[in-house]
Write a protein that binds this ligand. Structure first.
Ligand code: ADP
Ligand code: MG
Length: 294
């Protein structure tokens, strides 16, 4: 079942006396299945963050429809209470881990959102403990967040959204400022939340290998949807992505070039070992053929 769907969604940043209005999204339509993992790709300025803010009800659409958990959030009779309820379903994790810390002790930081929800202290305690365990940060509960690594800070930020029991989490380039190890830690947590806790994930990223782990990829270009499909389908057409100024996973690029040399290989392969196997098999097949000809 779709947990979130948008139809012909558009948004323009209003201009003023000096700056003209900026159309950021134009007629975007798609729907997200409950429990799915969607990666959102697009070059800078393509409208990814604007989309994230519309979906999390931070912005109000200029036109179009957003249906969240069966409620049409753009219907004329939608109330302030409906919007508040919708905001409780969606959490966001941003790019800069430092901007998301609000407390001086990790567990207090994770509890912050729950306290705002007005939950009883015993319930908060349980949720905070569960959330810290889910992101592998239990041992740091009493630590000072500013002393943690970037990856650990992001995991604390994620724990805050888990503690609030968000059904959908949008990650807006949440791994962009991390070193490779931090990126891997955060990716592992995102994958686990999706696969084991059934949390619906939308992950905006510039890392093609991360996008290849999603069930589905949505590519934005100049405020519109350029492609929408499985990683196999989207990365299987690299020319379209290159034309939009985007990359494909390194394995796909390598196999694409290899295919250009006359080898018969699939290109939507994202695992390095699998890619090596595909190349080895194609070389063996070609040399066998050459021997037969001789
Ligand atoms: P992305 O996240 O894909 O880089 P954004 O959604 O941030 O893209 O931006 C989409 C377009 O909207 C860009 O042209 C950007 O310059 C413009 N934009 C983003 N935020 C604002 C803002 N607060 N005011 C005016 N224009 C904005
Ligand atoms: Mg952005």
């Amino acid at each position: 079942m779709a947990i979130l769907s948008v139809k012909n969604l558009s948004y323009t940043y209003p201009g003023d006396d000096i700056t003209p209005p900026v159309p950021a999204l134009r007629n975007v339509s798609f729907s997200i299945e409950e429990g799915s993992f969607t990666a959102v790709l697009g070059h800078n300025g393509s409208g990814k963050s604007t989309l994230a803010k519309l979906l999390s009800m931070i912005y109000t659409p200029e036109s179009g429809q957003i249906v969240l958990c069966g409620r049409d959030m753009t219907a004329p009779d939608v109330t302030e209470a409906d919007i508040l309820a919708a905001r409780r379903e969606i959490g966001m994790v941003f790019q800069n881990p430092d901007n998301q810390i609000v407390a001086t002790v990790v567990e207090e930081d994770v509890a912050f959102g729950c306290e705002n929800l007005g939950l009883p202290p015993a319930e908060i305690r349980k949720r905070v403990d569960d959330a810290l365990a889910a992101v592998g940060m239990t041992a740091y509960a009493r630590h000072a967040p500013h002393k943690l690594s970037g990856g650990q800070k992001q995991r604390v930020a994620i724990a805050g959204t888990i503690a609030m029991r968000r059904r959908i989490i949008i990650f807006d380039e949440s791994t962009a400022m991390l070193d490779p190890m931090g990126r891997r830690e955060v990716m592992d947590v995102i994958l686990r939340l999706n696969r084991e806790e059934g949390i619906t994930v939308l992950m905006i990223t510039h890392y093609m290998n991360e996008a290849a782990m999603a069930d589905r990829i949505l590519v934005l270009d100049h405020g519109g949807v350029l492609c929408d499909g499985t990683p196999q389908a989207v990365f299987g057409d690299p020319e379209r992505l290159w034309a939009a100024g985007l990359d494909v996973p390194q394995t796909t690029e390598l196999l694409y070039r290899f295919r250009g040399l006359g080898y018969d290989v699939p290109i939507a392969v994202f695992d390095a070992d699998e890619c090596a196997d595909v190349i080895a098999a194609a070389i063996a097949k070609k040399s066998k053929k050459a021997k037969e000809v001789r």
